[in-house]
Design a protein around this ligand. Sequence first.
Ligand SMILES: [Zn+2]
Length: 122
Amino acid sequence: MELEKIYKLFDKLKIIDLNCNPTYYKEVNMDKESFINRSYNIGDDTIVIGIYDNKEYKCASFFHELGHILTDVIIENKYYREIEAWRIGLNKAEKLKVKFSKDCYKWINAQIETYSKYKHKR
Ligand SMILES: [Zn+2]
């Protein structure tokens, strides 16, 4: 499923895709670098999708940010909070029959790994 079609399924969310808003980073006083292969969620209704070469990674990132929004538990620890967002988001993707390749799952694991430094912090 094309990501644009997936966005439409979540019409209550404000989705800012840097492909369509290439100068968004300037509006928020950030540098472009911060949006390379990175996405963000703002509050409980906005997702900012960064700039990706890989469409699948981009799609997976959308579901991760969605996971942050859909999570209804508060997890203090950042590492476990990130894992929970992946779990919820990937569950949602599965329900919509959005599938990811092995390569994409490897990438997701690498993303989770970047948070492992927070594993034992509060
Ligand atoms: Zn996250």
